[in-house]
Design a protein around this ligand. Sequence first.
Ligand SMILES: NC(=O)c1ccc[n+]([C@@H]2O[C@H](COP(=O)([O-])OP(=O)(O)OC[C@H]3O[C@@H](n4cnc5c(N)ncnc54)[C@H](O)[C@@H]3O)[C@@H](O)[C@H]2O)c1
Length: 297
Amino acid sequence: MNIAFIGLGNMGGPMATNLLKAGFKVTVFDLVQAQCDELAGQGAKVAESAPAAAKGADVVVSMLPAGQHVRALYTGDQGIGPSMGEGTLVIDSSTIDEATAREVAEALADYEVDFVDAPVSGGVAGAQAGTLTFIVGGSDSQFARAKPVLEAMGKNIFHAGDHGAGQVAKICNNMLLAVLMAGTSEALQLGISKGLDPKVLSEIIAQSSGGNWTLDKYNPCPGVMESVPSSNNYDGGFLVDLMCKDLGLALDSAVDSKSSTPMGALARSLYAMHSQQGWGRKDFSSIFQMFNHSKEQ
Ligand SMILES: NC(=O)c1ccc[n+]([C@@H]2O[C@H](COP(=O)([O-])OP(=O)(O)OC[C@H]3O[C@@H](n4cnc5c(N)ncnc54)[C@H](O)[C@@H]3O)[C@@H](O)[C@H]2O)c1
């Protein structure tokens, strides 16, 4: 099976690597040449453009920053719709708004191209380990077509509903993640300000009723955990600006459905302020530093 992979950033790069490891023939394209070169070193073919990558592919996977990039890739003037053959399957794993996911699905149907939205959870570590959770929106038959490809990159593959449903479930998860990361940071900084060792405090809370994923798998306090962005100057991982985007998507959905999301609204303000203070290109766990009043850590 020939797979085209478009968008080789923090997530897309390791996802494409896992498709190569699973034995698929992979053609890649990214605007950043160095990221294409890295995949070429692992056996991928590098295309000169997105339409060239998509030509002749059985499956096209995209992992782009936001909705406008996905819309432009598939439906814009330079869109790759006409480059794909009838029966091609498109898997978009970017986190975008549900309306764009549905719009792209409809536009591609005109070319007899199948589409699923398949955003992921699990972060860069999950992308590298091939243990991502995929949350899929599409018809039953489209889900069945996508599953074997997704299994090469992930562990848990969920069918959330029709087009756009994957995106709705994903932003519910990320809104909660943002709230948990801010709350965990606040609690750890309180303990530190009272003289507690953050490693000891993390172990205590992890085994207590406040335990959560941000504390025991993605600890935001530098020095507590290895191989997470907080121990790497908050580089790599999931950017503050991407979290701001996801919180914006969650609040748009809340307006649309007349839902009350006060914690999500507060989290969006906190992460936006953090971004304005120069942290936009750092990992979202750096919100920990917003609560660091000593500035000595
Ligand atoms: N990083 C994470 O932990 C994480 C976790 C879950 C979901 N996500 C979501 O996954 C998506 C990608 O995240 P990421 O962290 O890999 O972002 P990233 O910024 O590291 O990577 C995006 C890549 O897309 C490329 N790109 C942009 N426009 C392009 C185009 N027109 N053609 C080809 N390439 C193009 C960029 O050059 C970049 O390499 C986002 O929607 C994000 O919200 C990220």
